[in-house]
Design a protein around this ligand. Sequence first.
Ligand code: SF4
Ligand code: SF4
Length: 389
Amino acid sequence: MLLLIPWFRIHGNSLLRVDIPDLTLYFFGQTLRIEELYLVLLFSLALTLGFLLMTMLLGRVWCGWLCPQTTLTDLAEWFAARLRIKRHHQQQSKSLLQKLALQLFYLSLAFLVSANLLWYFIEPQRFFVQLTTGQLHYAVLISLLLVALAVYLDLALVRRLMCSDFCPYGRLQATLADRSTLTLHLPPAELPRCIECGSCVRVCPMQIDIRRGDQVECINCGRCLDACRQVMAKRNQPGLISYTFGTTGGGIRSALNLRTLLLSLATLALTVILVLAVYQRPVASLKVAVSHTAASRPLKDGTLATFFNAWVHNRSNAKADYRITARQAVNHSPLQLRGQSDQYELAAGENLRIDFVLVTPVPESRLDVEFILSDPSGTELAVASAHIK
Ligand code: SF4
Ligand code: SF4
């Protein structure tokens, strides 16, 4: 999924991408500008709570089934097995060709992962064109090399050590797990049936022995369960190891407790707030600022010309026409705009900068002004305030 997501587009934009030059996040059909980052914060909070809930209920299921570190290590071990290099016998003699092939595989994987990460910032099509024509920005090139180096070192030296010794999430899991968390379990009552074949230990990626009880290194991958089931099937017996909620063999009901209930409610509430916040956003936004490059000046007719820069953002998923008008904030009497203030067409998600001049009587003190962004039918979509002195 992580490899494929950057290749998909929705409403003409990437499915999921951060555009750094435009300070925009494309998120599954929604276009979020930098000023809407509070939505990303809300999303991160909801995701964190959901993640905690998942850990509380399903233990280290993330580690065993979803984590990219596990997937990469599985791939590295799969390739080593193709080369007949055994996982737990790293000191065995390997031919130079085997060593070279393994290192080349690590390197290819490292560059693939690194490029994949960058595709969440630069569309992959553009990335490849710029890479082949030598136009890739040096910052992107350095990022590509640094991430690839980190992944290569991870694959060559760290692999499962990350899960057992370094990853903070593994430690956090130990504090989140309780009597009802899903775990791989070999009940003591089943131990007398064990034929000491050692299959469960040989297949365990974390090199632990589940027969010794729960261990923090266990990533809930279930390989020992499969191995034991296969061994015991030959004897027409069920496997000894099972998934249970808690170590006492309780069912799913033991997972329904106050802690999980409260966390579920908090996650649900945040998700609802997030969905409402995203879908109730105005369809367009307007930002206005007095120009820093052109000073206001009096005109021959005794009025004052003040230069403004404006940014109009079409947040909808279709192209739309807009116009900008101005009025005094106090009595709503219209003010004159000159320059490009009338009728612009913006593509879906487009953010356009517009420069115009506001003509007002020379104010005796401060004059508060409102700029109105409206659609062709005159419906007000956004209002921005400014003042001139
Ligand atoms: S003990 Fe079983 S579930 Fe745990 S890591 Fe080893 S093989 Fe996977
Ligand atoms: S695979 Fe099953 S039978 Fe074999 S050692 Fe492990 S627990 Fe015992």
